[in-house]
Ligand binder design. Structure first.
Ligand SMILES: [Zn+2]
Ligand SMILES: [Zn+2]
Length: 473
């Protein structure tokens, strides 16, 4: 973000002595050029306090908006758009923004004695605050509600969600849910840090991050699993404060991984699913030179192909059900992509390996049938490894005699963590920043949060040509 002086000179009088330790609201007006504060970091001066201001929502044009300014003496002032924002539809200037707009500012000034403990940000801003959240009604209908801002649990940061992917597991969970959601789900987000906990040094407001929502973002950082980097298994996680199908979410800084500067929001929202499969190949023990068979070419299958390629697989064979998945599997690095009918993957692997079978197979489909797991086992060589990433639902019968006779190793993989000294999120971020894989290009449809129901429909209906559906916030 480039500095701009758009806000320099706004003077907000301090509260009089009689109002110390209380809150004062003021309305201010300031005309600014809507282009000049694009990504602005400006200075706001008060007679006694001086702090930086970060304008959230940069790269959008705000034609008429409300802002909330929170002032902590000596601390950070956050300016957050609360009004209607209009994203540019083309190149900068394409939407012909007016040459100047009047931004009305509603400033909440908290004036505290320097000797008294700093109030937390909620005490500074007593306004009841709401945000948009997409909630499933229990019958598969997802719609936008006004929800309270997410709970700031101890040690948590506030993140303004920018983009998020719809995951196959979101579709499964919506199918299985029978009651109205009260908190949004959504676990593939990227966003901008809005507020950080006191004394935080790892991240700052304005940082662009991929959010690890399931493990490290809620982890206690003290238990056995946290101390060994396996945050997904933390035994004392923070209470659920809501997922990312919303304007805002809260997670601890440990779960916020900074994006590389050359990454778009779209690529930021691909970090989570790529990390799932990066973890699968690393936790599953795939080695350089292995022949790998991947069952399924939806998002996690495509990520598995890309991750196996990056980890040095010799040959990769994948199955794909839809033409757009087949094309994307090839772009992600598969040497051969076959259909998803019973026996097709096994036959292809056998012919490619002179009847030996794959060293490693990765099952990414899951669902309500064990057929994908049978395919994974059939494609593996004797004493090979079957990595199970797909989520199988319910209680399903399975014939374990064939894999037992073949001495297969089953390796179950869920989410991510630290493997060989590197967090799977950071490995995924490096892969996406290098832009060497077709996985960067798997997003076929993007909808706005207000249109999220349409996004779910597209994600369900693969005949729409969808591979990955994203939601912009
Ligand atoms: Zn997922
Ligand atoms: Zn823990």
């Amino acid at each position: 973000m480039k500095n701009s002086l758009a806000f320099t000179g706004i003077t907000m009088p301090c509260a009089p002595a009689s109002m110390q330790n209380s809150t004062q609201r003021r309305r201010l007006s300031q005309s600014i050029d809507p282009l000049s504060w694009k990504g602005v970091t400006g200075m706001v001066k008060t007679p006694r306090h001086r702090a930086s201001a970060v304008v959230m929502g940069y790269s959008v044009f705000v034609h008429r908006a409300w802002f909330v300014i929170r002032i902590r003496p000596g601390g950070v002032i956050l300016v957050r758009a609360r009004g209607r924002v209009q994203r540019p539809t083309g190149a900068p200037g394409a939407s012909n923004p007016p040459s100047a707009v009047t931004i009305r500012l509603l400033a909440t000034v908290a004036q505290a004695h320097t000797s008294s403990p700093r109030p937390d940000s909620h005490e500074e801003n007593p306004m009841s605050d709401t945000m948009r959240a997409a909630l499933d009604d229990g019958n598969g209908i997802v719609s936008i509600h006004q929800n309270p801002m997410p709970q700031r649990f101890p040690g948590s940061a506030l993140i303004a969600v920018k983009q998020i992917g719809i995951c196959g597991s979101d579709l499964h969970m919506n199918n299985e849910r029978s009651r109205q959601q009260t908190l949004p789900s959504g676990h593939e987000p990227t966003g901008e840090v809005a507020e950080v906990p006191e004394f935080e040094v790892r991240i700052r407001p304005g940082d662009r991050v991929a959010v690890e929502t399931i493990g490290s973002g809620k982890a206690c950082e003290k238990c056995y699993f946290c101390r060994t980097g396996q945050y997904r298994h933390c035994i004392d996680k923070a209470e659920e404060s809501g997922g990312a199908f919303a304007d805002y979410m809260t997670r601890t800084p440990l779960g916020l991984h900074k994006l590389a500067d050359n990454m778009s929001w779209e690529e930021g929202a691909l970090v989570e699913p790529l990390a799932v499969s990066v973890h699968a190949v690393r936790w599953g023990g795939m080695k350089g030179g292995d022949t790998v068979a991947v069952v399924g070419s939806a998002t996690i299958g495509l990520a598995a192909i890309a991750a196996a390629r990056a980890q040095g697989a010799r040959k990769i064979v994948a199955s794909a059900r839809y033409p757009q998945q087949k094309e994307m599997a090839e772009r992600c690095g598969a040497d051969l992509v076959v259909g998803s009918e019973l026996g097709e993957l096994e036959d292809a692997v056998q012919s490619l390996t002179d009847g030996l079978g794959a060293d490693v197979t990765i099952e990414t489909v899951g669902g309500n049938s064990m057929a994908p797991l049978e395919t994974a086992c059939a494609a593996a060589r004797s004493q090979g490894t079957v990595i199970v990433v797909g989520g199988f639902r319910g209680t399903l019968p399975y014939a374990f005699l064939p894999p037992m006779l073949s001495e297969l190793t089953f390796k179950f993989s869920s989410c991510y963590g630290i493997v060989d000294g590197k967090h799977d999120y950071d490995v995924a971020i490096n892969m996406l920043a290098d832009k060497n894989t077709g996985f960067n290009d798997i997003v076929t449809h993007t909808v706005s949060l207000d249109d999220i129901e349409k996004g779910f429909d597209l994600a369900y209906d693969k005949t729409s040509g969808s591979v990955k559906v994203h939601v912009t916030v």
